[in-house]
Design a protein around this ligand. Structure first.
Ligand code: SAM
Length: 260
């Protein structure tokens, strides 16, 4: 039966086989890979991952699509469909502790929370290939000083090396989204770049970018005074978008220091 795309689940299905092949080439699936795919939809990517011999765990929130997925591909033994909300999924529980890779053409309406959910997993993926709104990818890979450098840039780059691979135009999907898309590769670092406790880093980065036009002296005032900012070696007259990850790390370590 023909499926009607559900807007509330951000359903834009990939239909351009050339683009699908380019994405699969970028992922380069190998037979011994375990792959978690978020939002398999109508199997545009799933069919290739399964054909490559990967063990695929497909997480799909739409119960109709989830119910039809395995049948669509002839019930392959290396496909396991999980009808669930990826935002609530525990990936280590799904993979049974195996090393795993992650892929998906993510629903744009919740792409940022899904990214954070992926990066906050107790066991992070070996690598991540996700299709996102182009503007979100630009924010993720932005450098300090850029207009779009923000919390997302700091938090993702702290944990991963981020590489935009190529753009995909709206006509490659049915229905066509209103925005351009980009395939993004994330390769988690062995250790986060920042040494500060993650919670302290999160607090500093959130506060600094919540009022990004203000100087740190103002934006960080709920957390630390001017003297503490100076003690971290940072000029309190700077603004959040001028700071490197290393500078945020110094502020967060100062915030977490029990002597303060
Ligand atoms: N992978 C397919 C493709 O490329 O054609 C579908 C991509 S579509 C942009 C996003 C898919 O994610 C849809 O199948 C949608 O139902 C599913 N989805 C949306 N929110 C989800 C969630 N929270 N957890 C799991 N799947 C979700």
């Amino acid at each position: 039966m023909k499926h009607r795309a559900r807007k509330r689940f951000g359903q834009n299905f990939l239909t351009d086989e050339t683009v699908i092949s380019r994405i699969i080439d970028a992922i380069a699936p190998r037979p011994d890979d375990t792959i978690i795919e978020i939002g398999p939809g109508q199997a545009a990517l799933t069919k290739h991952l399964v054909a490559a011999g990967c063990r695929v765990h497909a997480l799909e929130i739409d119960r109709d699509l989830a119910a039809g997925l395995a049948g669509l591909l002839g019930h392959p033994p290396n496909l396991q469909v999980h009808p669930c909300d990826a935002l609530e999924a525990d990936f280590a529980a799904i993979t049974g502790g195996d090393v795993y890779r992650l892929a998906g053409n993510l629903p744009y309406n919740i792409s940022t929370p899904i990214l954070f959910h992926i990066l906050e997993q107790a066991v992070r993926p070996a690598d991540i290939h996700v299709m996102l709104q182009r503007e979100v990818v630009q924010r993720i890979v932005a450098d300090p000083g850029s207009r779009v450098f923000g919390r997302l840039s700091v938090m993702v780059q702290n944990l991963c090396r981020a590489t935009p691979l190529f753009d995909i135009s709206p006509e490659s999907f049915t229905p066509a989204p209103r925005v351009d898309s980009t395939l993004l590769r994330l390769q988690p670092h062995a250790q986060p770049l920042a040494e500060a406790p993650p919670l302290a880093l999160d607090r500093v980065v959130r506060a600094a970018f919540a009022r990004r036009r203000k100087t740190l002296r103002n934006s960080l005032s709920p957390l630390m005074d001017e003297a503490s900012i100076r003690a971290a070696g940072i000029d309190p007259g700077l603004r959040a978008e001028q700071l490197s990850i290393e500078a945020f790390d110094r502020l967060a370590r100062q915030l977490a220091d029990p002597r303060n």
